[in-house]
Design a protein around this ligand. Sequence first.
Ligand code: C2E
Ligand code: MG
Ligand code: MG
Ligand code: MG
Length: 274
Amino acid sequence: KLDGRGTYRFFEPEMDARMQARRKLELDMRQALARREFQLHYQPQLQLQSGTLIGCEALIRWRHPDRGLVSPLDFIPLAEEIGLIVPIGEWVIRQACRDAMAWPSHMSVAVNVSPAQFKSDRLVETIISALASSGLPAQRLEVEITEGVLLQENAKTLQTLHRLRELGVRVSMDDFGTGYSSLSYLRSFPFDKIKIDRSFVKDLATKPDGEAIIRAIAGLGKSLGMTTVAEGVETSEQMQRIRLEGCTDVQGYLISRPVPPAELAEVFALYPPA
Ligand code: C2E
Ligand code: MG
Ligand code: MG
Ligand code: MG
């Protein structure tokens, strides 16, 4: 429209279709909480040394009436953009705390907290309230953040991290190694856990230096007093390598895919406590 006199701009039909699809998704997402269309699936983490499960990560799913099960990769970014991630994330935290109360008491639950949610003033209060109303001890809750949270690192971000820590909630650095300056973030806050991105696990079989990188991250974690979990472990060969390179924990399809809460007991039974 602002191209000046005498020029015409036509709406590109594909563009229009994409915008409409997005608007529809947005409208649907605004209703999804009230319609109870979100679900949490859980994926366990195995501690290599003891052979026991130490907890599960909560992963959101959207059971859309027409589209079926929608992956978080397809709606979390939009939810972030339009601010809906705050109420959705609040639901995740409350639901995860409630669900974890049904698990063996040595097991913790990890929730993913995205940057917009982290910046909202409500996060710490939400967590305090979710812990209180579920009865879950703070020590059994873990918050996973990615580099995006620390990107605009400021006093408030660090203050929030420290407040969580004071509550007893643990903090993990997710997708470690994929960002621009993962290393420097380890310096800004004493994380409890480093989650090595699954792209590095994939590299084990295909890249000559794949093992050296995992070994280096595992060593780094050890020196800093952080546990290291390898994400996306799919084969027993990968698990063996990862154990040799010194990671403390693994998560991946080899142990279990993310499953609905009702199927967790079955998975737990496969890995009885030592
Ligand atoms: P993430 O936090 O890094 O979660 C790990 C992802 O890897 C999950 O994908 C999980 O299903 C997948 N995965 C686990 N093991 C394997 C494996 O062995 N092989 C392969 N190929 N994949 C594996 P998912 O569930 O699709 O979630 C994708 C991302 O969406 C998550 O990555 C996280 O960043 C985000 N997400 C999921 N749930 C939530 C949520 O409740 N809140 C927010 N803010 N983000 C979420
Ligand atoms: Mg995660
Ligand atoms: Mg990850
Ligand atoms: Mg990820």
